[in-house]
Design a protein around this ligand. Structure first.
Ligand code: GCU
Length: 418
């Protein structure tokens, strides 16, 4: 048995290595963000907003992430706890349960830290997490999630449920004290509150709240888990707008990896997010898919069939037929500031492709008289670029969201929020 597992693991590793050694395809032609479907050249912010932006958004909805339901469901905010002297008095910690249904069966828990060192209302980073709210910090006041986890690494996660041992287990990615000291709040939610991250989990998440009579799964052009998670970010925004200690005009949405794909989609759809930050989001996030470098649409859709719409699978191994590429996902965020970050050892996410998306979104920012990135040549490690509305850096190291990344996000946000 061990041998078989080893063999399988080696094959997966080998496959990954081969996929990454394959050079990027550089012969592609990107869809032009500034030519409308009827062939009109878009030359003003007004035409972008009234003609082209709605088209591009619709193309993503129809072919990539799937449509988010328009139905509004009434929310109820239940305060679970508040502590004005959390983290040695440096923070106010609030925990709020957002109910999505009257029977209180569907909900998400927001953990919100606000800095005590500044006059509130505070600007806030809003970030979904992988390990449960309690995983981001060892603070014993954080309520432990009772949801299903895809992890089963004991002792922190046993039978896919989290234990006391999961407290702070992902704190390397969450420099909470640094964020607070910089004068920012941090709001976070376990993404599994919205939909478990497992194939075939649709019914376990909140999607069924939106089903028509007789519907059992999303239609081919309707949302997958990434759409559901993004919807949750917008509902968190609804809460933040109701909290007088939060400056809801200064909320930056951030996400790592699959949750970076999610943050970009949330930011593209919901203009209330004042800054959008993608950390190592890769395929289906910031990376140009036509480069076919590292992960591809087919590989991702096979491994994670529940993330995107069923329609997206039509583009498995057909990247060049996709009517959009991912620079246009970044462009949908204009004129709001956007930041893309990569890591040097994360070739799977195609750092160059992530940079190029940010670069190729520049002409849309230019319509607003805003500066993007000026060269198609991606910078080296630890050399953040972008003094306009688009920022980028390549961190040395693995696929993760580290202190270095957060330092750049704070620096970037300071330019717009302070
Ligand atoms: C896998 C997947 C990526 C994803 C990443 C993550 O590596 O292939 O698309 O971004 O997991 O979410 O950590």
């Amino acid at each position: 048995m061990k041998k078989i597992v080893f063999l399988f693991a080696s094959l997966v590793f080998l496959y990954g290595a081969i996929a990454q050694d394959k050079p990027a395809d550089t012969t592609y032609t990107l869809p032009d963000a500034l030519i409308s479907q009827s062939g009109k050249k878009i030359t003003s912010a007004k035409d972008w907003e009234t003609i082209r932006r709605p088209e591009v958004l619709k193309l993503f909805e129809e072919n990539v992430q799937g449509k988010t339901p328009v139905k509004k469901i009434p929310l109820k905010f239940g305060r679970m706890s508040i502590n004005a002297t959390a983290l040695n008095g440096t923070a106010t910690r609030k925990q709020v349960r957002v109910y999505f249904s009257k029977d209180e069966k569907y909900y998400m828990d927001i953990l919100l830290y606000l800095p005590n060192n500044i006059q509130k209302p505070a600007p806030v980073f809003l970030v979904l997490n992988f390990g449960g709210n309690q995983a981001i910090h060892a603070d014993t006041g954080i309520l432990i999630s009772k949801q299903w986890f895809r992890y089963a690494n004991a002792p922190a996660y046993v039978n896919h449920l989290s234990t006391e041992a999961s407290r702070g287990i992902q704190s390397n990615d969450w420099p909470v004290e640094k964020i607070l000291a910089a004068g920012y709040g941090l709001a976070t939610i376990y993404y599994g509150d919205l939909q478990p991250d497992s194939a075939g989990s649709v019914d376990a998440g909140i999607a069924p709240l939106f089903y028509k009579a007789g519907q059992t799964k999303p239609a081919d052009n309707e949302w997958g888990a990434i759409g559901v998670w993004a919807w949750g970010l917008s509902r968190a925004m609804d809460y933040l707008q109701s909290d007088k200690d939060v400056d809801a005009k200064k909320v930056a949405v951030v996400g790592h990896s699959r949750l970076g794909k999610t943050a970009l989609w949330a930011g593209a759809q919901d203009k209330r997010f004042a800054i959008v930050i993608s950390n190592n989001s890769g395929e289906g996030g910031a990376a140009i898919t036509r480069r076919k470098y590292g992960e591809t649409i087919a590989v991702m859709n096979k491994a994670f069939p529940h993330w995107f719409s069923a329609n997206f699978k039509k583009y498995n191994d057909r990247e060049n037929d996709l009517p959009v590429d991912f620079h246009e996902l970044i462009a949908l965020i204009a004129p709001r500031p956007v930041y893309v970050a990569s890591a040097s050892k994360d070739q799977w996410a195609d750092p160059v492709g992530e940079y190029l998306s940010a670069y190729h979104a520049t002409p849309v920012y230019a319509l607003y008289g805003l500066k993007g990135l000026d060269t198609p040549v991606a910078p080296g490690v630890s050399l953040p670029v972008g003094d306009g509305s688009i920022g980028y850096h390549l961190r040395e190291g693995e696929h993760a969201m580290r202190s270095y990344d957060w330092e750049q996000y704070i620096r970037f946000a300071d330019r717009f929020f302070k």
